[in-house]
Design a protein around this ligand. Sequence first.
Ligand SMILES: *Cc1c(COP(=O)(O)O)cnc(C)c1O
Length: 364
Amino acid sequence: MSLRIPGPTPCPDSVLKAMSKQMINHRGKEFGELMTRATARLQEMFQTKGDVFILTSSGTGGMEASIVNTMSPGDKVLSLSNGVFGDRYATIAERFGADVTRVKFDWGTAVDPDAANKALKADPKIKVVLVTHNETSTGVTNDLKAIASIVRKHDKLLLVDAISSLGCIDLQVDSWGCDVVVTGSQKGWMVPPGLAFVSFSQRAWQAHQAAKMPRFYWDFTLAGNFLQKKQTPWTPAVSIFYALDVALAMMLEEGMQNIFARHARLGQKTRDGMKSLGLKLYAADEKCASNTVTAVNAPNGIDAKRIQEVMRDEHGIVISGGQSTLAGKIFRIGHLGCVSDSDIDDLIRELRLALPKVGYAVPA
Ligand SMILES: *Cc1c(COP(=O)(O)O)cnc(C)c1O
């Protein structure tokens, strides 16, 4: 069975093998060295000289940590959302008492940086901006560089959900001026679920001094103090750290620019493949189509769930469905992390065979 969903993604054998090692003392020298090495390599991948925390949680935990460590209840927040995950970020902030202005963009389209500019001009009391770099629910990548430059111009704090883009698509944390950037181990990192990585800028540390939202497990004052000691405040997912160590070595060996180029090439190959089957991409404007996940409209009258079923049961390939209101209407293909040209060739070939079984005639 091959897994072509946007996380968890398949792990290389060497990454899986690393996890079968015996436990070590998480307060000992060996773990300290592992954590220091992983943190330095993550800083390289985040393109930052700022702090990067490795949290034991899924990506959503990292999103929550980014909020509770930088805000107080009542703080004004601007949410720029074009999908399920953008909405989730806003909801987390609201749940902790932030006063969130939600600016929404049609699903399948990108966040418009000009709209962000207008919203920030309209309400100078806004302190923080939330945005998703790569909206996994719709297969759209937002122009984070342009959004960040507007947020910098207004001198606000910028929090970014880059869970399904970092490590695959260029994201220059320091030079673009992103304050807090979140990702998760099971997406582009070729590592099982269980760790979130969060970068934290100097501006974020300043905001942290005044931030009064309740936090215990996620407290970055503690995480920062323990980082100095090469430890985490709480018992980390040691086995996933083993996996991460091997995966990061592989990624730096391949080279960041080569990884970005591979994802760009495979993203294009996937989109071209879908079009060759006569299918329409959910992101109508291909300029904003994601290089890590492709969302495809199910052909008229066909339930996307049926396509998923046939692909899984008869062709051995697991793809994702649509989330929320897109359930049954789209299917999604993950092409991030450990993925090659032949994986995408296989997928397109099998989809060509599967579609007629659900009543769709593939054009010759
Ligand atoms: C996967 C994903 C999440 C959620 O991450 P979990 O690890 O499931 O908590 C959030 N945002 C985006 C953009 C994602 O792709």
